[in-house]
Structures are given as C-alpha cells and as structure tokens.
Write a protein that binds this ligand. Sequence first.
Ligand code: ATP
Ligand code: MG
Length: 434
Amino acid sequence: MRRSRAFIPTTKEVPSDATLPSHQFLVRGGFINQQGAGLYNFMPLGKIVLEKIRKIVKEELDKAGCNEVQLSFVTPISLWDKSGRSDTMGKEMLRIQDRHQNDFVLSPTNEEAMVELVKNRVTSYKDLPVNLYQINTKFRDEARPRYGILRGREFLMKDGYSFHSSKEDMIREFNLMQETYKKIFTRLGLDFRVVDADSGAIGGTGSKEIHVLANSGEDTIVVCDTCDYGANIETIFEDEAQVDAYNEKSYEELTKLELEQKCSCGSSLSFKKGIEVGHIFQLGTTYTSALEANFSDENGKPKPFEMGTYGIGVSRLVASVIEQNHDENGCIWTKETAPYTVNIMVSNIKDEAQVTLGEELYLKLLGENVEVMFDDRKERFGFKMKDAELIGFPYTVIIGKELANGLVQIYDRKTTEKTSVKTGDVFSTIMELI
Ligand code: ATP
Ligand code: MG
C-alpha cells in the first residue's frame, strides 16, 4: 500500500474517555473510531488486524475439526422464551420490533440458536460429536461500556458449540478446545494464562477462562509461580463485594499483598491482572433438555445432547495485543498481528535517488508477498517517524541522507534501535528479519 493512497487518519487528539493505552493508541493511530457509546468502526488498519486474528482463530479451529457457520444476528424472541433467558439475561439483550410488532433480540450469544440448528438434523449417536462455530457480531447492552473495544456493546466474538452423546466425550472436546485456544493465543504472540473460572449466567459446571496478562486488566487472577495453575479470584471468594474490592485494586497495590495460600504443587501464588479473551464451558444438558434436543443412543433411547460452549473475544483481542505491547509512543504489534510488517520511509520525497530506491524496494518486497507500506507522502521526516511509531510497524526502512554513502537504516519498533545497512543488503536483511 502506498501511504499517499491509504486512509489512515492518525491524530494527536486523545478522546476524553480514553484512559487505557490501547484505547488511546488505536484511536490516535487511525485503527478504530467511536460511532456511539460502546459502538466502534474499524477503519482500514483496524480491519486488517481484526481479519488477521480472525484468520488464525479459524485456521486452528478448522484443524481441530470444528465447522464454521454463520447464524442470523437478529433472533426471534421465542427462541429466548423457550430457554428462559428472555428473563434472566435482562437488560443486556437489546430488543427490537419489526413492522408487524414481532419481537426480536440482537444476538448476545447463540446457545439457543445453535441447539435449534442441530435439533432434528443430528438424530443419532452415530452422527456425534459435532462442533459448530461462527465468528460474528454480538450485541450486549453493557451497563458500563468502556475502554474502547475492550468492552463494547457491539463486538466480534467467536462462539463455538459442541454436541456429544456422553459427558466423557464432551470433556474430551473441552480439553481439545483448551489446547486449541492455547495454540491460537501462542500464535498471536500473547503472554496468557488459562485459569479456573466461575460459570456465571450461562450455567454449567467446568469452566476456564483465558486471560491476557496486562496491568490494566479488569479481572484479578491468582497464578502459580512455578506450574500452570491459575484461577480467577471469582472462584476463590464467595462474596461478590470481596471480588470487586480486589478488582478495583491496581496491579501495584496487588503486588504488595501477601498470599498465604500455596499452590497444590507447593510453590507460592501471585496476583496478576488479566483481560479475559476466551472462555470455555462444560455446559452439560441445561439447554438441550430445555429445548428438547435429543438424539437416539445405541439402544434407540432418546437422550439430550451433552453440550460444550467456547468463546473468544476477537475484537477485544485487537486491544489486548496493544494493552500488553506498547510504549509511550504507540503500538508495538506482534509478528502475526501487525497490519503491515515493513514500512518504507523516504525521508526527502524531492530527492530522486531516495524515491527510486524506495520504489524499487517496495516492488521487490511486494513481489515476495511481504505486507509493506510505502510512505511516499510529502511530509517532514519527524512527522512521518512519529506516525510510524504510533501505528507500530515492526520494521521501518529509513531512506535518508546516508544514502549518499550507500547506507539506509532499519528501525526496529520493539527495541527502538536503528541499524545501518548497505543499500545492496537491505532487501536480504529485511527478508531475514521478518
Ligand atoms: P466479561 O466477564 O468480560 O463481561 P463475559 O463473561 O460476559 O465477559 P462470555 O459470555 O464468556 O463473556 O463471552 C466470550 C468472550 O467474549 C469473552 O471471553 C470476551 O473475550 C468477549 N466479550 C464479552 N463481552 C464483551 C464486550 N462487551 N466487548 C468485547 N468483548 C467481549
Ligand atoms: Mg466469561
């Protein structure tokens, strides 16, 4: 992409409600913009990152034998009446009416709709297990939408649902999903923890959350200093007020607290702050019994499906990457999430030799399918450099005055180091770095 053609409206202005770095930098870097309370548009850069994350999620789920579907975002209220959630989910569900006064709900999650989809289509134990998922818009009328796309009202979620003939098989799938989620978050380059969780309003028994570790996280988790044990403090304290009191403490305050409890492995435990990016549940037969979704077992007897459900906050992940990876100047994208890997910056656009080299390198990298931006704007070097730092391209090739001595510089966004390279070596050096 040529920067002169790109729609990347970067700005110095910080939205007044943006308290977190991810919110500030994503807005300032021209990734997202606010449309209304808890409603965000994804501009070109934001859309690229979102699609990259979506692709990784899809690849790993497909490898694990999951089937992608796409359900209608608008759902008839009757679906929610049958499960009883039209009452229990309360005000989080946004209801709308059509011209005939029929009531509908904008999907906050899709257990009911998925059960209805499978019901009468999967009829025998021989057709099981089956795991269906979608990556689709959700709407929750959150009491406090905040932190930009970390807690929006409209957001992109991957929601998956599996159906089984026995509890053992459902648990096997739950474990497979846990491993698959670990692969996804590892590929995204995130520092994360799988923790024991509370099952909350969705119901069911076994439940785990995946948290991206970040000092600004809304949740407080306890993790072992040696083994991989971790738990959301919601599972440790009975009392909600106690949980809230911990969640309100800053990371610095938490680190000062002594945890007397030890891990079952004998090691000490520490408090951490986390952003919940995934949640997996062993649901059992709660929904399938209520919606009378049965299959016939080996003896021809009807039984409700055993069910599991698995979510990932895809749009929340975009902000989580930045919450974990940034400095005072802007975003630092991980390898798999960067909107462009390389940025070529011509320092003086009036210098013909600089432009020619930039153009050559740009075309050569494009030829190798490298995701490359060519900053060909007639702007000052300092301005373009600040912009590159804010957006967070992993590598910027600076073609400037040193070209007279046959040198260009490669700026590494993560280390902020600049290395001089001979013009003849710049292509191979970049190819090695990425
Ligand atoms: P939270 O505790 O953060 O409110 P939840 O428990 O309500 O989340 P789930 O129902 O488990 O969320 O949804 C699956 C995933 O969707 C969550 O793990 C989270 O990553 C994401 N998610 C939930 N609510 C929002 C939101 N308002 N904005 C963005 N992502 C969200
Ligand atoms: Mg949850």
